[in-house]
Structures are given as C-alpha cells and as structure tokens.
Design a binder for this molecule. Structure first.
Ligand code: TPP
Length: 622
C-alpha cells in the first residue's frame, strides 16, 4: 500500500517517518500530474510546492494552525492530504472542488483566494486576532516571488515588519510568475544562492542560533561569510531592512532541510521569512522545461505530454491588433500586469519591446503608469483581465478619469470564465466602469469590430474601455490599420429587424439572440455594443415601436447593460416592458460557461424559452 493511501488527514502526515514523507512527496507528485492530465489545472505551481506541502502538514495542524497560501493555485497537494483525495479528480470541474483554496470547501483552507498578493495582509490580520484573544496557534503565509511583486504584499510586509507579530512567511521563489518574474526585488533574489553548508548545519541537528553559528565557524570562512548573509539581521537584505527576520535561501525540494528550518523559524519570536528556492514544474520534465505553458495547461495525455495550441482566441486577436496599432503609431504602448501570455502579448513584447511594459502583479501600477504616459502625450493601452482591473479601480477613477486621460483599457476575460471560478469571474466591470465620469465602455461582437473599437478609442482619446470574453475567436482578414473601420462612438447596430420585440444583446449574447430568433421575423436583434454611452436615439425608437424589450448580457444584472437601458427608459419616460437577463446577485462558481449562460437565462435555449413565455415564439415540441 502506498503512503498516500494511508493518509486521510493531516494527523496522518504528522505521524509519518522521514522515509514515508519522501515517499508521500513522490506519490503526491504523480497524483497531481494524473489529476491535471484529466481536466487541466495549475500543474507547475502545485508540483513545485510538493515538498513544502508535505513539510508544512507534517509540522502543523492545519485544522487549527493557519496556512495562508497566496493565490491558492499551488494547493493540489494540500487538498489531497486534507481530506479531499476522493474528490480531487473533480477539481475545477462543474460542481467539483475549486481550483484555489476556498474556506467554504474545507476548514484546512484558511482563505478563499484566487487573486494574488493577499496572503501577508490576511495572515497579519489573523495574527493580530490571535494575539488579541491570547490564543496559541501558528500562522504561516506562503507567498511566491511573483505574488510578492504586488503592492498589497509589499505594503503588508511593511506593516508586519512594524507590528512584528509572530508568524512565518515562506517565500516560495521559483524565479517565475506565470512568465519570467520581473522587478528589482526579483533581481535582488537572483543574487542569493542556496548554500551547500546548510546541509551540515541541519545534519548536525543544531537548533539555536548560537549552535548554528558555532557550526558555521567550524565550517570555515566561506561558510561564515555566507552565513552572515543568511542569519545576520544587519546584512544588506531588504526584508531585514523592513523589520522581518530573514532566513535563507534554502532548497525547497529538500524535505529534511525544510523540516529543519521551518521548525527552527517556528521557535523564533516575531515575523520571520524563510526563503525557499524551488523549481516550477519540479519532477515533470516537460513542465520544468516550459513552466509557462505548464502553469495552467488544459487536459493532456500524461504518457505523451505535449503543449497543445490554444487556437485563435480573443486574446490572440487583441495581440495582433496591438502589434498593428503600435506599428502604425509610435505613441501606442501596451502595459500588462504579469499577464503576457494570457493577454496574447508574446509577439507584441518581441516586436515592440520599447513600448511594452510588464509591471508584475500590480494592476494599480499598470493603470497609474498608463496615466503618467498619457500625461506626457503617449497613448497607453492597459491590457488587463476584467477581474484584475478590480485591483486598479481607484486608479481608474483618480488617476485616469479625473484627468480625462487618453488611456485605453483592453479588458480580457469579460464574462464568466470557466474553471478559475468565483474569484476570476469578469462580471462586474460594466457596473464599476459605467459609473465613472469620462469613461466609456464597449464590447464587440466579433474581431473586426474589436479592431474598429480599439482604433476609434485611440483616435478619440479619453478613458475608453473595450471588453471581450475568454475563448475562441474567428480571425479577421489581415488589413493595415488605415483600412480598419471606424465607429461612431456610442452607436448600436440593428442586426435583425423586428416588429414586436427586440433583444438588446452584448458580445456573446449577440450570437445567442440571432440563433434564438432565426425563425422569428417579429423579434429583432440589436448589437448594443456600447454600454456607455448608450445609443439613446435608437433605444428610444425601439421603445416606441416594440411591445417588449429584452436585454441579455454575460454580466451581473445590477449595473450592467440592462440597468443602463432601464435607467434611460425611465429618464425618458418611455413605458415599455423590459426583461433583463443576466447574472443574479450571487457569486458564480467554476463551471462550463455555456451551461451557466443557459442556467442564468441568456443562453440561446433559455432566450428561446423567454420568448415563448412572452408569446413571441411557439413552444418547441422537443
Ligand atoms: N493578478 C492578480 C491580482 N491575481 C492573479 N491571480 C493574477 C494576476 C494571475 N496570476 C495567477 S498566478 C500568477 C499570476 C500572475 C503568478 C504567481 O506567481 P508566483 O506567486 O511566483 O507563483 P507561481 O505561479 O510561480 O507558483
């Protein structure tokens, strides 16, 4: 029987011998590969954290102690050994386990998470609560070098170094964010190397700082010099300088070293950072050699793993458009907060490196840097996922909209996103952007319209957001930017005339509406591609003609297209029944977006049912 078979709880992990812990790590690694091969998932990060996971669960009781995993995407091993091994095959699948730590899923998940850089502030809060109540449990934050580039993480570190609560911060440094990590702190971390003498210290079982120092003296001067950097609070180390004791770096794949140093650090007062060096994708050759692809691959054949093409997507279309726009105008820049691949910008970063900026996981910095560029006459495009723009909301208002600056927001992953689930749904941006003076928001139905919107937005200036969904797109024929269409900003498009009703559709619901009404001459379809400004003149004409209007959007009902239409109708005194279809007031978990669109009433079949209920279509027999 394998060790994993016997492990049903963290208590079981605590009881394992060293040899069994090594065996458990190997078994977890195979299990993570198997699970990710079935349905895709965060493979490389979970593989890199296997030894850390085993060591933490051996030392800590996670039902009581709090392990706060940053992002929560590296926790497949953690989930398997905290009572979820029987359900691990369902991870990211509809109705299955979430892909990130989720507190409603298990008491062992200290935090519901998915966005980066929250672990340190959350752990600080937990430590303050623990100390205020006089409780006695341990708190460990695990943060990657990528997540550490986030302003939230750095600001929390600043506070932790000031308040000095007892806690361990494991800095899991694999030199990678999703793509190569960036920034000055990253450069500093690269100057540190795991020291071979660490084995000696650990092998001799020395624990107190005095004992360790003596061992190092015995080991000779080279080790002594390195050790000064390792343990000396006065050494030039930015973490020390911020008031957080720093230990490391150590080899994060060496369970013995991990156990030794984690236990050592646990005995110290105040906050201590243990810097561990790991390899993303560790133990799976193909993932080690291409950790960018294997960060979050779709399902694959574990016996013959190959990187598969993701096909032509909306992100590819944006990348192509950005290349063309930058070639046509040397004031166009593209800024990404650590999402080069996801935003379709690999080719752009190579073609226009002088006007490409990856600021790390720092969406706020992306937005305000764009503001700075715009203040000096440049034309920045902030390429950002809808869900991550939430992190830069104040900056959009305060730094871009207040100054009415020429910043284009190229918003990817708008709408329900699938496997990433609750934390990543891009379903709030219409609501939060529509409210801002000077901002306008558009969503194309296809790639030529996306091009037209980006071109027109850059030409008109001012804060302009263009959003598109995750997933496949049909490429537009190659054409120079000069030949791209320009749009009347704020104009809707009647795609299908109707005599009794109109569906006002947006992005993916345009296709759904056309499908649902193909045989219904009385029901028209409008591409309501601008949510702000609305095409008020056209809306008024439709409202005066129709028995009923229906809005359909892949966005929350509160504050989206339907809200905008309702407000305009009321303001203009137009009394026409309005059916608003979209996402109700709930957090939507991971699932198949097409099925979720149906469940929320704006998929093609559900739209048809609404039309039937309104007497606009005959009930279908099937
Ligand atoms: N921005 C935010 C606020 N949250 C996110 N989850 C992302 C972007 C997308 N994202 C997920 S994981 C990741 C990024 C950018 C890289 C994290 O790097 P690191 O913390 O070093 O962990 P690793 O993936 O290398 O294990």
């Amino acid at each position: 029987m394998g060790v994993l078979e016997r492990v049903n709880s963290t208590d079981d992990v605590s009881a394992l011998s060293r040899d069994e812990l090594h065996a458990l790590a190997a078994e977890l690694r195979s299990e993570i590969i198997r699970v990710c091969s079935l349905g895709g998932g965060h493979l490389a990060s979970s593989l890199g954290a296997v030894e850390l996971t085993v060591a933490l669960h051996h030392l800590y009781d996670t039902a009581r102690d709090r392990i706060v995993w940053d992002v929560g995407h590296q926790t497949y091993g953690h989930k398997i050994i905290t009572g979820r091994k029987d359900r691990i095959d369902t991870i990211r699948q509809p109705g299955g386990l979430a892909g990130f730590t989720t507190s409603s899923e298990s008491p062992h998940d200290a935090l519901t998470v998915g966005h980066a850089s929250t672990s340190l502030a959350a752990a600080l809060g937990m430590a303050l609560a623990r100390d205020a109540r006089g409780d006695d449990y341990s708190i460990v934050a695990v943060i990657g070098d990528g997540a550490l580039t986030g302003g939230m993480a750095l600001a929390a570190l600043n506070q932790i170094g000031h308040v000095k609560p007892k806690m361990t911060i494991v800095l899991n440094d694999n030199e990678m964010s999703i793509s190569e990590n960036v920034g000055a702190l990253n450069t500093f971390m690269r100057s540190l190397q795991v020291q071979p003498w660490l084995h000696e210290v650990e092998a001799q079982g020395k624990r107190t700082l005095g004992q360790i120092s003596q061992t190092l003296v015995d080991l000779g001067s080279r080790a002594k010099k390195a050790a000064r950097r390792f343990f000396d609070p006065n050494s030039a180390n930015p973490f020390h300088a911020m008031g957080v004791r720093y230990v490391g770096p150590i080899d994060g794949h060496d369970i013995d070293q991990l156990l030794y140093y984690l236990a050592h650090v646990q005995e110290l007062s105040g906050p201590t950072m243990l810097h561990i060096v790991t390899k993303k994708g560790k133990g799976y050759k193909i993932a080690e050699s291409d950790p960018i692809y294997w960060h979050g691959p779709p399902k694959f054949d574990a016996s013959k793993p190959v990187a598969a093409s993701k096909g032509y997507t909306w992100s590819s279309a944006f990348g192509d458009a950005a290349c063309a726009l930058s070639s046509a105008d040397d004031r166009v820049w593209v800024i990404t907060p650590a999402m080069r691949e996801g935003s379709g910008l690999v080719a752009y970063s190579q073609k226009h490196p002088e006007r490409y900026l990856d600021v790390g996981i720092a969406e706020d910095v992306a937005v305000t840097t764009a503001a700075g560029l715009a203040l000096r006459g440049e034309k920045p495009i902030v390429a950002i996922y809808s869900t991550f723009l939430q992190r830069g909301f104040d900056q959009v208002i305060h730094d871009v909209c207040l100054e009415n600056l020429d910043v284009v927001f190229a918003i990817d992953r708008a709408g329900l996103v699938g496997g990433d689930g609750m934390t990543h749904q891009g379903v709030y941006d219409l609501a939060y952007l529509r409210a801002l003076p000077n901002m306008s928001v558009a969503m194309p139905k296809d790639v030529p319209e996306m091009r037209a919107m980006l071109k027109t937005a850059l030409k008109l200036g001012g804060p302009k957001a263009v959003r598109w969904p995750r997933g496949k797109a049909t490429p537009a024929p190659e054409a120079p930017v000069a030949a791209w269409e320009e749009l009347t900003w704020g104009s809707w498009e009647v795609l299908k005339e109707g005599s009794r009703a109109f569906i006002l559709a947006l992005g993916p619901t345009v296709g759904y509406a056309l499908q649902a009404t193909a045989d219904l001459p009385e029901v028209g379809v409008v591409n309501a591609r601008f949510v702000k400004p609305l095409d008020e003149a056209l809306l008024e004409r439709l409202a005066r003609r129709a028995e009923v209007l229906i809005t359909a959007e892949d966005h929350v009902l509160m504050g989206g297209l339907g809200s905008a239409v309702a407000e305009t109708l009321v303001d203009k005194g137009l009394r026409v029944p309005l059916h608003r279809l979209g996402i109700p007031d709930v957090h939507v978990p991971h699932g198949d977006p097409a099925a979720q669109h149906e469940a929320f009433g704006y998929g093609p079949r559900a739209l048809r049912r609404t039309l039937e209920a309104l007497g606009l279509a005959q009930p279908t027999l099937l």
